[in-house]
Design a binder for this molecule. Structure first.
Ligand code: IMP
Length: 418
């Protein structure tokens, strides 16, 4: 009987999908609480790879409820595709009726801003995430519940000149947006698919929490991409910490917050990355580090413990799941960063990792002897090769939270536990 949150403890792409899928086995509900189709959670089910972008990872299970909260921005084409997957597996899906819809104009503005940014690109996923969240905090935009009638939809689009203002923004960036009528028509094509799943998800979750059911809150992206705690502007527009689950779902005091971190580090999009390997192609190839959503090659580097410890602290993490340790087998010595020098001095332990701090810090790397053994069959952390255990032990001691799971391969059963 517990509430558990899963957060990414790096810049996203930590392998949260696999950990969430494993943890969802005993969950009465899994609720995705932030982000949108910028995420890609990869699961392997019956040997088949599935990637979910908006709906939670348990849409591939008949047991338990799959839900999205009011802080998730819904890309309707993606949601429709994922509802089909859910149907294949007999999953029950509930979508919060207050959640924002990502309109075609949001994607248009996102893409046009990136195209016209020249040197200053953020490297967004161009899924309309930023523009859609702008509308949420501006207290306007279209909600899933507005799909119940064309009248409501039109009202939402025209209130206080909303859609006309958005059109002028698109035009400012040299893009020609859909007309109001086309947008209404575009939205209405999803009515039959979406409306049967609408619910007050916060109410359902509150009831489940009160009756001590197992609820799993599925985060997206990673703490280092959080709109406040991440390195603005090189971040996303949602709250990626455990606090994001509280803010959006109204639930506090979780029993467990599992932070998921890769045994090394990757980042997609622009922004500072102190431990980046500029000759990291070997790691990209070995780890198959290409975006699940955009296919973009990920930037690769060594594990940054300064950043991980920060992410665990501000993200509320109480235990760590380390993924892709098998990728480091046979690579020779491995390194971690455990100290930043900022403005000529060691960075204080509790300082905030802003863009400036990340950009201007020099890292110091610590070397660990590697291991050559195949670890893909290991199921207990204590049975890992000595050097791999030393590596995991160092992470645990440095960050100050237990490492309860180590993923040693892509298959669901390839996890070593305590
Ligand atoms: P946006 O979320 O599409 O606005 O992109 C903002 C930044 O977050 C970019 O650097 C993206 O590459 C990054 N980002 C967004 N979602 C993910 C994700 O799921 N994994 C990794 N990076 C992401």
């Amino acid at each position: 009987m517990s509430t558990t949150v899963i957060v990414g403890a790096q810049w996203g792409d930590e392998g949260k999908g696999k950990i969430t899928h494993a943890e969802s086995e005993n969950a009465d509900a899994v609720v995705r609480y932030g982000g949108g189709a910028n995420a890609g959670h990869t699961l392997v089910v019956d040997g088949k790879e599935r990637v979910t972008h908006v709906l939670p990872s348990n849409i591939v299970r008949a047991e338990g409820r799959a839900m999205t909260g009011p802080g998730v921005v819904h890309d309707l084409e993606v949601v429709r595709d994922e509802l089909r997957i859910a149907q294949e597996y007999g999953a029950s899906v509930f979508l919060d009726r207050s959640a924002p819809i990502v309109l075609p104009i949001h994607k248009l503005i996102d893409g046009a801003r990136e195209a016209s940014a020249k040197g200053g690109k953020l490297g967004t996923t161009k899924r309309g995430i930023g523009p859609c969240y702008e509308d949420l905090v501006s207290r306007r935009g279209v909600k899933l519940g507005d799909l119940t009638s064309e009248r409501r939809l039109r009202e939402a689009l025209t209130e206080r000149g909303y859609y006309a203002e958005r059109q002028s923004v698109a035009r400012h960036h040299g893009a020609e947006p859909m007309s109001l009528d086309e947008t209404v028509e575009w939205c209405m094509q999803f009515q039959d698919d979406i409306v049967p799943h609408l619910a007050d998800v916060r109410h359902l979750i509150a009831q489940m929490v009160q009756s001590r059911r197992n609820v799993l809150f599925e985060g997206a992206q990673g703490v280092l991409l959080d709109v406040i705690q991440g390195s603005r502007p090189y971040c996303t527009s949602s709250h990626c910490t455990a606090g994001g689950a509280s803010t959006t779902m109204g639930v506090y005091g979780f029993d467990r917050v599992i932070g998921v971190a890769k045994a090394y580090l990757t980042r997609v999009g622009a922004g500072p990355f102190p431990t980046e390997l500029h000759d990291g192609e070997w790691l990209r190839k070995k780890g198959n580090e290409y975006g699940a959503t955009t296919g973009r090659p990920r930037r690769c580097g060594w594990l940054d413990l300064v950043a991980l410890k920060y992410a665990c602290r501000v993200g509320g993490v109480t235990e760590l799941a380390i993924t892709k340790l098998d990728i480091l087998s046979g690579v020779g010595d491995v390194y971690v960063s455990d100290r930043y020098l900022f403005e000529g001095k060691p960075l204080g332990k509790l300082e905030t990792l802003t863009s400036r701090v990340l950009r201007e810090s020099k890292t110091q790397l610590v070397r660990f002897a590697g291991w050559d053994e195949d670890i893909t069959e290991v199921r207990k952390i204590r049975d890992l090769p000595e050097n791999a255990r030393a590596y995991i032990g160092y992470i645990r001691r440095y960050v100050g939270v237990p490492v309860t799971m180590v993923s040693v391969g892509p298959e669901p059963q390839q996890v070593a536990t305590l």
